[in-house]
Design a protein around this ligand. Sequence first.
Ligand code: SAM
Ligand code: SF4
Length: 330
Amino acid sequence: MTNQLTDKFNRKINYLRLSVTDRCDFRCLYCMSEKMTFLPRKELLTLEELQRVGEIFISLGVNKIRITGGEPLVRKDIDQLFNALGQNAHLKELTLTTNASQLKSKAPMLLESGVKRINISLDSLDRDNFKKITRTGNLDQILENIRFASGLGFEKIKLNSVLMKGTNDHEIFPLIDFALENQFDISFIEEMPLGYVKHDRDKTWIDNDQSLKKIQSKYNLTRSTLNTGGPAKYWHIDNTQTHIGFISPHSNNFCESCNRVRVSCKGELFLCLGQDEKIELAPLLRKYPSNDEPIKRAIINAMSIKPESHEFNLNEKQPAVIRFMSHTGG
Ligand code: SAM
Ligand code: SF4
């Protein structure tokens, strides 16, 4: 498909992150508050609408879609969406980010739908610490699910970890060793100020440059040209199958090469994770149930309001944007 999505900074948009729910069975410290109010179910796009959104973006030249949330695999009947998008011949890659809590039952379906690579969030390998960070998660169950999925033959599994000073930064080496043992990749994501959470982000945030230096003190790393279509910059651990990625919205702003937009579970097209510019797709989807043209036009026009970059400042009392990552889609 010819790409029709170019913003005013001449960046081509070929990557959609599609959030299918704001709900989650975990309450990770950096992502959610302990008591969350979720959207009423009737406000969510239906699975058919989510599929339509995906297909419209594909017709505009998007060739990679990541299904996200909230926890995408807790959405009822989500198989339907994976099956439908997975069959689209114009999509190069269909993938997802998950906390792995439902992976045992869903991994075979994902593979059958054509998902080849998955991202799994894992911030701790210590039972108590895992519980402290996720508030509700059970590490043993998660590790069992990860091992199960790993045996099924996905091309690549990548772990995502958000390191927080005094909470799990001491686990950086065990997390890398776990990735090495299982031939996974692993990315470290700098914590972003999204949504009001109890947590004091300016005190716990860790600069990825610091993490890189620490890792280099133990492993031989070579800068890698690996590009998975996202914002991570990769290093390869010499003589292994493992890459280490760094997603560094603060220390190494990646906006210049931004190639993605997000659609929330209620159909808001967000042009940037860290800014408020958006257009509402839900009213258009409902007004034009069998004519995609007005929706395509709205998406093409929205490219002109894609901001040049996010503006995260951890010292501000207010989060950069009030909405949680789980609303926009991680
Ligand atoms: N529930 C799924 C999961 O955890 O993998 C998918 C959604 S989650 C919002 C996607 C990614 O966003 C996860 O890797 C999570 O660690 C990350 N994330 C959430 N809130 C964040 C924040 N405030 N700063 C940095 N990363 C965050
Ligand atoms: Fe749920 Fe993912 Fe947010 Fe954790 S990071 S609370 S697993 S949506």
